[in-house]
Write a protein that binds this ligand. Structure first.
Ligand SMILES: C[S@@+](CC[C@H](N)C(=O)[O-])C[C@H]1O[C@@H](n2cnc3c(N)ncnc32)[C@H](O)[C@@H]1O
Length: 254
């Protein structure tokens, strides 16, 4: 799968690719509610990016370890959230101890192939205590099939003296369920020349049935499937599925 270049993007991630502050806050409050309800205190964020979830959870009393495989994303995260423990690592292979819950939020597993997702699940299981939770969100293929996004201006923003415009072209391969994205990015600081760049990458998408099967094979059971607003997941109407899964098979611990 063609990967998004997070090293190049990191500096502008929060503006260009991250969720808006309002959506981050909504998702974070939802995560907090789920974690408290399930008595989870010690959390491993396995794809922290610039720290959108890790910072909030640390500030709200959780014990949080935050991991990302991209050094540049971690550099930004460390500057923004001084009280969080950030480490370089990979959700497919790294071991950081035993946690009440592992989270990989904002479509992070879309960067993995299906095979790598299965590998990651085995590793996530190793990082979880008995009966631990795995929380993640991912694009719903059935929504994308019904609502093909095509071409659009996905960002047009002015922040201080910096202007950002992004043209996006999305294509869904319905045989492989791979979603291809082409972005043309334009950034201008004050009256300086415009910096233009083109990025192409691919993301995996799943149906809820695929997710159920993959989780079951990895020794997890779905407790709840929600949309990104915390309402029950709807197969045709929800773009995202937020999955709350419990580790039910502890064979990974042996
Ligand atoms: C879409 S961003 C989400 C970041 C953050 N959770 C947020 O909500 O803004 C996906 C992140 O996953 C990281 N990532 C991708 N594959 C990874 C892997 N195998 N292990 C750890 N991090 C990974 C990327 O470097 C990137 O920072």
């Amino acid at each position: 799968m063609k990967q998004l270049n997070y090293s190049k993007l990191a500096k502008h991630y929060d503006i260009l690719e991250g969720r808006s502050e309002k959506s981050n806050l909504r998702v974070n409050h939802l995560l907090k509610k789920i974690l408290i309800k399930n008595k989870c205190k010690k959390i491993l964020d396995f794809s922290c990016g610039t720290g959108a979830q890790a910072g909030f959870l640390r500030d709200n009393g959780f014990i949080i370890t935050a991991i990302d495989k991209n050094k540049e994303m971690l550099k930004i995260a460390k500057k923004k959230h001084k009280r969080v423990n950030f480490h370089l690592g990979d959700m497919r292979t790294s071991f950081f101890g035993k946690y009440d819950a592992v989270i990989t939020i904002f479509n992070s597993i879309s960067h993995l192939s299906k095979k790598e997702f299965r590998t990651s699940l085995r590793n996530i299981s190793k990082n979880l205590k008995k009966d631990g939770l795995y929380l993640f969100d991912i694009f719903n293929i059935n929504f994308l099939k019904r609502n093909p996004p095509g071409k659009r201006i996905s960002i047009a923003k002015q922040i201080g003296n910096e202007a950002y415009v992004v043209f996006s072209n999305y294509h869904l391969n319905t045989k492989t369920n791979i979603y291809s994205i082409c972005e043309k990015r334009f950034i201008q600081k004050g009256k300086e020349g415009i910096k233009a760049s083109i990025e192409n990458w691919e993301q995996s998408t799943y149906s809820i049935e695929d997710i159920k099967n993959i989780l079951a094979d990895g020794g997890f059971t779905i407790l709840e499937a929600l949309d990104s607003k915390g309402k029950p997941f709807n197969k045709t109407k929800s773009l995202m599925m937020l999955i709350i899964a419990r580790k039910t098979n502890s064979s990974q611990d042996i």
